[in-house]
Each structure stands twice: as C-alpha cells, then as structure tokens.
Design a protein around this ligand. Structure first.
Ligand code: EPZ
Length: 425
C-alpha cells in the first residue's frame, strides 16, 4: 500500500483547480440506467470511487466510452445502457463503495426489479438504507431481504406518491428522485436533502427529459415520464475538495486561488473560516483564500445538513483548529462515529478530548510530524493538512483512502510548494 511523506512548514502559495464533484458524479452516473440513450458526462473526476461506479454500471449493461475534449483538462465519458444485462449489484462491489446503493432506484424504475447487496457499515457508521427502502415502497415497490441482499420488485411499474422523510438523507433523496422520474403520476418528496449535488442530479435528469421542480429546497415535485432520453451534462465542482484546500491554505498560513470553486456551495464554511481569521474572496475564476492576519483563532462548529457546515469537512476543520489560538468545540451530528482522525491527530501533538458527538480542541502553536494511519476518506485528508503544518516529517499510511476522493492530491499540493511525496509500497 502506498505511503505519503510530508515535510511540513511550507506556506502553500499558488492555484489549485478544483475537480468535478465525486458526490455529484456518482448518482449522475447511476442515472444513465434510466434511458437506453447515451448520457455524455463532462468534468468527471479521476477517482477510485468513480472507477468503482463505472465497473458496477458496466456489469448492469452500461457501455462507457471515454470522451476526450482537448479544451478540457478533465475527463468526459459517454454512458449508455441500451439494455439492462443484470439487475444485481453484487456484495463484492457494494461492500467497497456504499454509493453503489444508488443503482437501486434506477434499476427498479427501468427494469422493474433490483437485487442490491446491503451495504453493511463502514468506518464512520452503520450507514442503513431504511429511508431509501421506505420511499421505494411508497412508490409501490415490494421489498424483501435474504442472504444479505435487498430484493425490490415493481412488475407493474412504480406509481407516484407523497413521501415524507422522517430524517434527511442525501442518498435516499437521490434514489427517490431517479425512481420517481419514471413513475406513473406525480411524486412529492418532503423533508429532502438540499445539497448542491441534489440540484446537479436534478439538472441532469431535467436535461434527460424529467419533469422536476423544487430541487435545492426541502420538497421536490416530480411528474413521472414514460421514458427519458440521452443528454449532455457537466458535473459541478467538488465543494468538499474546495473546502479542504481552503483549510490547507489557512493551516499553512499560505494563499491559494481555488479555480472553479463556487462561493454559493460554501457560504456557511466561509462564514466559519472568517470567524477563525481566514479571508475568503471570490475572484472571477473561483475563490482566493488566505489568513487575514496572525494566528488562526479557535471557533466552535456543528455539522448539519446543507446549507449548514458539511460533515465531510469536519475532520479537516478539526485539524485546522488543532493549531488555532484558543479552544474550539466541534459537534458531529450526521454520523455516529466520525472522530477516527482524533487519535491520529493526537499522535501529532494535537490536544483533543471527545465525549460522544462532541470534541473539544485546545489549539497549540505547532504540531509534530509522525507516522499516522488513514482510516476513512476525510479523516485521511485531515492528517495531510496537519502534516502540511507540522514540524518535521509525517508518514501517512493506507493512502488508498485518499485516492477515493482526491484527484492528484500530491500533484496539486506539490505545485503550491508542499513537500509531499508518494512512495509506492
Ligand atoms: C452522502 O452519503 C455522501 N456520499 C457522504 O459523503 C456525506 O457525508 C453524506 O451524504 C452526508 O452529507 C455520497 O454522496 C456518495 P445520508 P449518504 O444518507 O447519502 C442516516 C464522503 O466523504 N441514514 O445523507 O450515505 C445515515 O446513517 C461521503 O464523500 C439512515 O438512517 O448520507 C447518516 O447518519 C462520506 N437511513 C445520516 O442519515 C438511511 O436510509 C445521513 O446519511 C440513510 C441514511
């Protein structure tokens, strides 16, 4: 397994191009199952999770053809599900990537049935799919379970319904949005996720002919269609990558311009960073980030659904608060076990005490480089941020976690002055 070696202490200076959003691309790729015509996607990030979704879709019958546009640095691809070859999403793929569950709604809508391995838990929590299944049952699907798989069937097609979610789920909103697009009649989804990735999926579905209103609000109305057609869609930039690199600039006392980053995706994050003494200025190409003056100030933060502070930036924010002046109280309200980065940051000298969903971070002047272990995607990048600011050398093991969500991380950071090297194991 590859390792990353980071020699900290260099302020990051320069520009970083933000890649396409992993969490927008994954559901949008699954949406290719909804039509037999080609869906052309641009600005796809080159990530392990995207490759996993591609191989999952290919075994369902999606033919993927790379599309090279000279003008664009990023990747493009045509995805076409002329025929559905299999309606089963196997355990060996689903266990590696929980977003595989996003094929459930499209397969059910297109083929009238789906057999998807239950995702099982992961490092950050049990990750159930009860809200996905409740919604699909409301659309008329028959759901059963055996040998670790969920079996869904709608032999006479799905019928529109009103679905009130008891709690907000990004994935369940996405699955139901895709299923309802081909259901007979009108569906009203209430208490849904409002993330920019939901809006991007809705935009892609509308380009495919779906009749959707209200994406980005807490209720969405879908008038089902007989069929959807092919379309072309550019994936939005990754707001979590942008937020991560904004914090990299802050923690190293550097200055970065994040190209293609969108202020509207990060309003609450920007407000929180400004409370820490970080200046974020929109430019005509993205966002300029640097410290306002002097040491970072500690600030409290609580994660919540969009438009609140995203749970996917909590670990990175904690690393940043580890070097701030003062005490920061961080509360994680989305996942039940998302503090795995704490013991690793502590090995680098961070002073963090946790109690349930709360972490109290007492900032210190400097962190010390150390060998540390990546446990999940966002925890691992928080260790990179700490390593960039620490004195000495940090050795990050299990770098494959990073490759799931950060395209060319060491290249992007290295180009801005970071001393970071990937060593193949
Ligand atoms: C999406 O996961 C993202 N993944 C996650 O990003 C992100 O952290 C999460 O949304 C929250 O913003 C993708 O988009 C591929 P949820 P998802 O359903 O859809 C509970 C990353 O690092 N829940 O909104 O799985 C669940 O356990 C990843 O890029 C149920 O109880 O998240 C969690 O506590 C990590 N029942 C909460 O809701 C359900 O049926 C939010 O989960 C579904 C979810």
């Amino acid at each position: 397994m590859d390792k990353l070696f980071i020699h900290g202490g260099q302020p990051l200076r320069g520009q970083i191009t933000i890649s396409g959003s992993k969490n927008a691309a994954l559901p949008i790729m699954a949406a290719s199952l909804l039509t037999e015509e080609p869906l052309r996607l641009r600005n796809l990030p080159k990530l392990a999770d995207i490759a996993s979704m591609r191989s999952l879709l290919e075994q369902h019958g999606v033919v993927t053809t790379p599309v090279h546009a000279v003008a664009e640095q990023s990747a493009g691809a045509d995805l076409q599900a002329e025929r559905i070859l299999s309606t089963t999403a196997p355990y060996e793929i689903v266990r590696k990537m929980r977003a595989s569950v996003l094929v459930l709604g499209p397969l059910l809508a297109r083929a009238g049935k789906a057999t998807v391995s239950l995702p099982g838990g992961c490092a950050i929590g049990t990750r159930p799919i009860d809200l996905h299944l409740m919604g699909l049952e409301r659309l008329g699907a028959e759901i059963s379970f055996n040998d670790g798989y969920v079996h869904a069937a709608a032999p006479n097609g799905l019928r529109g319904a009103e679905i009130v979610f008891p709690s907000i789920s990004v994935g369940a909103t996405e699955n139901l949005l895709m299923a309802a697009s081909l259901a007979q009649g009108e569906t009203r989804l209430i208490n849904v996720a409002r993330e920019p990735e939901i809006v991007d999926l809705a935009h892609c579905l509308q380009a495919m002919g779906a009749d959707i209103e209200g994406a980005g609000s807490d209720r969405i109305r879908v008038r089902g269609k007989e069929r959807l057609h092919g379309a072309e869609h550019r994936i939005i930039p990754d707001r979590i990558e942008a937020g991560t690199y904004a914090m990299a600039a802050a923690i190293t006392d550097g200055e970065l311009e994040l190209l293609d980053a969108r202020e509207s995706d990060l309003l609450f994050v920007i407000e929180t960073l400004e409370r820490c003494g970080v200046k974020v200025t929109p430019t005509n190409r993205g966002l300029q980030v640097r410290r306002a003056n002097g040491r970072l100030a500690a600030a409290d933060m609580t994660t919540s659904e969009f438009p609140g502070f995203p749970t996917d930036l909590q670990a990175q924010f904690m690393a940043m608060m580890s070097t701030a002046e003062g005490v920061s109280h961080i509360e994680e309200h989305i996942f039940e076990n998302r503090f795995m980065h704490v013991p690793e940051l502590t090995r680098m000298g961070a002073q963090i005490a946790t109690q349930g969903a709360c972490a109290t971070v007492t900032g210190c002047e400097t962190l010390r480089g150390a060998p540390v272990m990546a446990t999940d995607l966002r925890a691992s990048v928080s260790l990179v941020l700490a390593g960039l600011a620490a004195e000495g050398r940090t050795e990050l093991n299990r770098v494959y976690h990073l490759d799931r969500g950060y395209e060319r991380l060491e290249e992007k950071l290295g180009a801005c002055g970071a001393q970071i090297e990937r060593v193949p194991a």
